[in-house]
Write a protein that binds this ligand. Structure first.
Ligand SMILES: [Mn+2]
Length: 445
């Protein structure tokens, strides 16, 4: 945990932008896997972690905006808990670690909520049905109305990382480097993907944290969120690994590397790898406060369109192709997203509220619409840069049949790439006053 004063300051800042009433930040419960007592690895709510750092289930935080007092709500430990789980800190001890003024029982919380006018209870959008159902019962509502004031206040705080948060992220990145280098050093023909993904998942747990998101480790990198690990690696294939761990304090790392199953890339693979690398470098060089991330995404897209035009897979004016969205056949996702306590930071609060604003709105164009972060960058933000090139046979077939962007795509020449799969390279950056800095150690490419 950080110091108690860290959490006190954060809570004060969050509460200061909410006018009146009672702020409720719900912690998470254990979540059953196949029966009640057999649970998934516990993951605390990130907003709760941000406000008080306590990584235990069954707790909620309340802030009374009139008195300014904070309360940690939860059940006291009984002898039954101690028999099964050993000695546990008391509610009061937990509250002290986070500088919380007072403690209360779950009943006290319900009482407090019922005596507060419903529209003065400020809560965040619950993403777990258990918490949503609890809220509905406590507030005696069938529809929940999360507080826009509170959502905006939390985003305004969590978007700018403290130096100690960067330190945590860099711990996660150190271990994530080991995970990626393991794949680089051990992938060979005849191996099953799961032999690598299993070790990667185990490594993620070696320093008190866990995976930050499910491992992508696949010879089918063109399938963007591919969690299947049953393929046998074959000579000539590429293996795309998109995985990272959380530090013990739950700060995420999100790194992608693409390696040849053999010792080196084929000339076809090299050509595409070079373009992705160039798109990555161009994006990183453009990172700076005041620059809209949407424009950096488009810059990266232009590098991809230029490269693919030189290779003969695209044709016409690359800038016009990017404007029309033709390059998205090969780069259908966004350049990156914010990262922090969540791998897609604060996505529970609303993707558009986090990544866009009145000045820059999300596009509806295929490809660009998948960009999670479009707004102007500011000092203190942490984000990912992750361009990629993919050959998705079904999408190429569909576009060709429809004659889509036929002035920009050489469909005939794309046939030689049907079994290519995909390449993505991803690193994490902090935005600084002068531009940006790579978070964590260099991870070989
Ligand atoms: Mn990512």
């Amino acid at each position: 945990m950080f110091s108690a004063s860290t959490y006190q300051e954060r809570r004060k800042k969050i509460a200061s932008s909410v006018e009146n009433g009672f702020v409720l930040i719900m912690g998470n419960e254990e979540s059953p896997k196949n029966y009640h007592d057999n649970v998934y690895n516990f993951r605390q709510d990130s907003n709760f972690l941000y406000c008080c750092g306590i990584d235990k289930p069954g707790l909620h935080l309340g802030i009374d905006l009139n008195s300014g007092l904070s309360t940690l709500y939860g059940a006291e430990i009984t002898i039954d808990h101690i028999v099964w789980m050993g000695e546990q800190p008391s509610l009061r001890e937990l509250a002290d670690q986070a500088g919380i003024d007072q403690v209360g029982s779950p009943k006290d919380l319900v009482k407090k909520l019922r005596e507060t006018a419903v529209d003065l209870v400020h809560f965040l959008p619950p993403y777990r049905s258990l918490n949503a159902n609890k809220l509905k019962e406590w507030l005696q509502l069938s529809e929940l109305q999360p507080s826009n004031e509170l959502i905006k206040s939390v985003i305004a705080c969590r978007s700018y990382k403290e130096e100690q948060e960067f330190v945590e992220m860099e711990k996660a990145l150190e271990l994530t480097r080991e995970m990626h280098h393991y794949v680089r050093d051990h992938a060979k023909p005849g191996m099953k993907e799961s032999e690598l993904s299993g070790v990667v998942a185990g490594l993620a747990q070696t320093q008190g944290g866990d995976l930050a998101y499910p491992v992508i480790l696949t010879v089918n990198g063109q399938i963007l969120h591919n969690h299947y690990h049953g393929n046998i690696l074959k000579s000539g294939q590429l293996i795309l690994g998109d995985f990272g761990c959380e530090s013990a304090m739950r700060y995420a790392a999100d790194i992608t590397r693409t390696w040849p199953v053999d010792d080196s890339l084929t000339s076809q693979q090299k050509a595409i790898y070079q373009i992705v690398g160039d798109a990555h470098t161009a994006a990183v060089n453009a990172l700076a406060p005041g620059r809209a991330y949407r424009d950096i995404h488009l810059l990266s897209s232009l590098v991809i369109a230029n490269g693919l035009t030189e290779l003969g897979l695209m044709k016409g004016d690359p800038a016009e192709a990017v404007k029309a969205g033709a390059h998205a056949l090969f780069f259908p996702h966004g350049l990156g997203h914010m990262i922090g306590l969540d791998v897609h930071d604060m996505e529970d609060l609303g993707e558009d509220l986090v990544g866009y604003n009145d000045e820059i709105k999300r596009s509806e164009q295929f490809g660009l619409r998948s960009l999670r972060l479009g707004r102007k960058l500011e000092t203190g933000m942490a984000l990912t840069v992750e361009p990629g090139i993919y050959f998705i046979p079904q999408l190429m077939d569909q576009w060709e049949t429809e004659g889509k962007h036929k002035d920009f795509i050489n469909y005939a020449d794309c046939k030689a790439f049907r079994n290519f799969s995909g390449i993505r390279l991803e690193d994490n950056y902090a935005i600084t006053e002068k531009g940006s800095r790579l978070l964590g150690p260099v991870i070989s490419k």
